[in-house]
Each structure stands twice: as C-alpha cells, then as structure tokens.
Design a protein around this ligand. Structure first.
Ligand code: ADP
Length: 526
C-alpha cells in the first residue's frame, strides 16, 4: 500500500514538473513569436511610412508645378494646364481628379468658375463645394479636405494667387492607390485616417482567438507632410498558431516527458543500488558483530566459570588435604568433621555456580528474593575463613543490628561480596604490613543499603581507577579481569551502583549502593 502510494506520488510529481516545463516552454516560445511579430510590424510600418511620405511629397510637387504654370501667363494657359494635368493623372493613378477654378469673391460669397476639370468621370464637381474655403487660404498654401460625397478620397486645395479673381487648384487623391498591393503583407491590418476619419481600411482577415488575449503589435505614425495629416496604422492580428507552434510544442512535450521519466528511472535505480549496497554492508557488519559478540560472550562465560570455580575448588582441595592429615594423625576428630562440613559447603557452592551459569546460558531469570544482607556477609565470611586465615588476614564485619533487606539473587550477591573480599585479600597478599585487615560495613541510609569493602593494602593507582570495571582489565599476571566487571553487571541489574576509591589512610574501598526493599513487605516476607 505504502509502495503504491509512493509510486503514485512520484508520478504526480513528474506530471507536475512536466506541466510546469511545458508551460514555461509555451510561455517562452510565445514571447519569442510575439517579439518577432512586433519587429516585423515595426519594419513593415517604417517602410510603408517612408513610401507614403514620399508619395505625399509628390502631391505637393505637382501642385507647385501647376501653380507655377498658372502664374506663368495672364490669363492662365488652360491648354498647357490641361496637358500637364492629364500627364500627372496618367502617371499617378492615385490622383484621380485635377480641377482649376477661377475664384471671384463678392462680399462673403465666392463664385467659382471651373477653368479645367481633368477626368470628370469620377468627379461630381466636388471642388466647387470647397471654393469658399480655398478662397480663405493664403496664396501658395495647401490644405487637405474631406468630402462626404466621396468618403474614400481626400482632397488637396491650393490657392494660386492673391488677386480677385484668383485661381484655385484642387486635387482628389485615392488613398487605396497610394499603397501598392505587394507593399502590404497578408498578415497586416492597415488603416489610413485623417483627423480620426478613416479613409482607407485594408483587413488581413486574420481576426483570431489569440488577438483577443494578447496585445497585438501595432505601428501607428503620422506621415511626414506639412499639409497632409495622414495617420498610418498597421497591426498584426495573432493567430494561436502564430504564438504557439503546435509541432514544436508536441515535440517538446514528448521529449521532456521521456527525459523526465528517464531521469526518474535512473534516480530510482541509483537509489535502489545504493540502498542495496548499504543493506549488504549493514548485514555484513551485523554478521561480524554477532560473531564477535558470540565469541566474546562464550569466552567471557568460559573465563567466568573458571574464575568462579577456582575458589571453591581451591578451598575443597585445601580442606580435603587438611582432613587427610587429620585422619592420618587420628587427632581431634571434631576438626575432621568441620573440614568435611566445609567441603560439603564448597561443593554445593560450586554446584550453585554451575547451576547459575546454566541458567544464564538458557536465559533464565535470576532467582531474586528478599535477603538479609547480614546473612550474606556471614556466609561469605565463613566461605573465605580458611583462605584468609592462611594468608594472615583478618576480616571485620560492621553490620546493623537489624539487617537491612534487599531484593536480589542470594548466589549473585554472595558472588559480588566474595569477589570483592578476595580481591582485597589478593591486594593485601602483596603488601608487607603486619596488620592485614578487611572491613565489610553494611548500613541503611535514606532507603539505600550502603555496603563497603575496605582493605589496608596498597590501594589502586590513580591511572587505573577509571578502567577498573572494564571487562578483561587486570594488573595481575594470573588475573582474568572479569571479577569487577561481573560485580558491576550484577549490581546494576538490581538498580544498584558500585564504585572504587582509595582510602585517605591507604588501601582501597569499594562501595555498593542498593535500593532497600519496602519495610512493610519485608515484615510480611518475614
Ligand atoms: P582480576 O582479579 O582477575 O585481576 P578484577 O576485575 O577482579 O580482575 O580486578 C581488576 C583489577 O582491579 C585487578 O587486577 C587489580 O589491579 C584491581 N583491584 C581490584 N580490587 C583491588 C583492591 N582491593 N586493591 C587494589 N587493586 C584492586
């Protein structure tokens, strides 16, 4: 379930990354396309603007030459004017009409008498409508006019001289012919307007969805002319396919999906390989550790058994030798009895030790119960009596009248005490002093049993004090270094503590603190 969830989560992440990539790609390509379109519009607009400005300047030039012709004779040379006008119209088809009128102003009324009208077919004598306005112009000035009669034209009127009557030249221009068909690209929407009035509109027919959402690129500029206020506006409606290239987008979508899933698969593969390697390393490590632990504990156990059994066996041996001597001498039969009783105790102690080892190996819980510590001290003192006497060491017991109670395995407790007293004895054996003493003190303090074993031997060197309880730490040639380590393990198991220090008067003191059993319960146990 969790594995499936994990896979779905990964797929979801890949999809989200893929979508983000795709969106970024679309945004990037759209931006590129829009920038490109903007450049195109600008370039085309600038080119058209230049051409239109040149053509408007040509209109001015024609008016100037006609004016010059009018002024060349009095009255104006009509035939020559007609000839020139016809030529102009023939070569410049966008100029559809040229009128020349004689203006005569009386008061506020202006009478316009047509002098010539070239290409009348298109013309409904519109020039006359503007005669009064042209009469108001300065001599030589050109103005642009628009007429509702022919809305797709614009007109240029020029006042020829200042006399009354004077002449007016009038020119109609077809803006549709100002731009050649190949000058406007297919994509372009184009308008020409004069004072906000559109006189030419050419559509690309490309009105599309994209244009509604995107700002279209636009070129808008008045042409360079003093008297023809023509505004050129060029724009590019954007189709969706102009903005997003479907082929590229699909290609990118497919390739990025392949790349993403490939990268994900590679990542997973590497991760799995790494994990497998780590697992293999770990299990190898575990195997090594388990092996080491097995070897250690077996060694420790074997050493422990040997260590523990040495004392009862030694005692058994010496007691038995003493008994043999007594038996041979036939003296003091009561001492023989004592020696045999001691042998029985030693043998049963050895048996208990072996039983406990068996329990330990089969993972049996220690047999804990309420104990009187005074009794344990007495038993151990009795066990070691002969050994200590042989070594000329005295053992002193300082115990409370009513024994403090603890909860512990009696054999384990005896073992601890036995080890500590024997260590003290070993230390004293090396000493030269005459009064070799070991003092065992047991007192109850604040719910704790404080048990101390002090000797007046050589004490413990400062540098070895911190390592004393380490397994296999020993300074003795025949030592195993397991006695104190075992003591600390056993004491810690019953929530106690053990520590070692040197007495100010010389010798070592080992102190054990063990929580005492509840007094009520101890009574009940009694
Ligand atoms: P072992 O007795 O096999 O050496 P232990 O763990 O019982 O192992 O003791 C470790 C070491 O602690 C001893 O080798 C000895 O140097 C030191 N030691 C223990 N008890 C005493 C003591 N009462 N006085 C001085 N040194 C001691």
């Amino acid at each position: 379930m969790t594995g499936n969830k994990q896979i779905w989560k990964s797929y979801l992440t890949i999809s989200v990354i893929w979508l983000i990539l795709l969106l970024l790609f679309v945004a990037f390509t759209a931006r590129q396309s829009i920038n490109q379109a903007r450049d195109e519009v600008k370039q085309t607009g600038t080119a058209l603007h230049r051409v239109l400005s040149q053509r408007a300047a040509q209109h001015d030039a024609h008016l100037t030459s006609l004016n010059a012709l009018i002024l060349s004779a009095n009255p104006a040379p009509v035939d020559a004017l007609r000839q020139v006008s016809r030529n102009i119209i023939r070569f410049y088809p966008r100029i559809s009409v040229i009128d020349v009128m004689l203006l005569n102003r009386t008061g506020s009324t202006v009478n316009a008498e047509p002098v010539l009208m070239v290409d009348e077919s298109e013309h409904d004598n519109i020039a006359v409508d503007f005669a009064a306005q042209v009469a108001e112009q300065k001599p030589g000035e050109v103005r642009t006019y628009l007429s509702d009669k022919l809305a797709d034209r614009y007109y240029l009127g020029k006042k020829s001289d200042n006399a009354n009557p004077g002449y007016a030249i009038f020119m109609a221009i077809n803006p549709a012919l100002m731009i050649e068909p190949d000058e406007r690209p297919d994509w372009a929407d184009l308008t020409l307007s004069i004072n906000d009035k559109i006189i030419l509109e050419q559509q690309s027919g490309l009105q599309t969805v994209a244009s509604r959402f995107l700002e279209q690129p636009v070129f808008s500029q008045k042409i360079d002319s003093q008297n023809q206020p023509l505004l050129l506006r060029l724009s590019r409606p954007m189709a969706l396919s102009d903005v997003i290239d479907p082929l590229h987008t699909i290609l990118f979508a497919v390739l990025s999906l392949i790349a993403l899933t490939g990268a994900y698969a590679l990542w997973r593969f590497q991760k799995a390989t790494r994990e497998a390697e780590q697992k293999a390393q770990l299990s190898e490590h575990e195997t090594r550790l388990a092996h080491a632990a097995r070897v250690n504990s077996m060694g420790e156990l074997a050493s422990g058994i040997a260590h523990e059994l040495t004392q009862p066996l030694t005692a058994l041996l010496s007691q038995s030798q003493a008994a043999l001597r007594l038996e041979a001498s036939g003296e003091r039969p009561e001492l023989l009895k004592q020696a045999l009783a001691a042998n029985v105790r030693e043998a049963s102690r050895a048996g208990e030790i072996l039983q406990r080892m068996r329990n330990y190996m089969s993972n049996h819980e220690p047999q804990r119960r309420r104990l009187e510590i005074n009794q344990i001290i007495r038993d151990v003192a009795e066990l070691l009596r002969t050994d200590l006497a042989q070594r000329n060491i005295s053992l002193h017991q300082q115990t409370e009248k009513i024994s403090p109670l603890i909860t512990a395995d009696p054999v384990e407790m005896e073992q601890v005490l036995y080890n500590l007293i024997r260590n003290a004895a070993d230390s004293l054996s090396q000493s030269e002093i005459s009064d070799k003493r070991i003092t065992v003190t047991a007192e109850a303090r604040g719910g704790q049993l404080i048990l101390s074993i002090a000797d007046n031997g050589g004490g413990i060197a400062d540098d070895i004090l911190p390592r004393l309880f380490e397994p296999f730490f020993t300074t003795r040639e025949a030592g195993m270094g397991l006695g104190l380590s075992l003591c600390s393990t056993l004491i810690e198991r019953i929530d106690g503590e053990i520590s070692a220090e040197n007495a100010p008067s010389g010798g070592a003191i080992f102190t054990i603190t063990i929580p005492m059993a509840e007094p009520e319960l101890s009574k009940a146990a009694e």
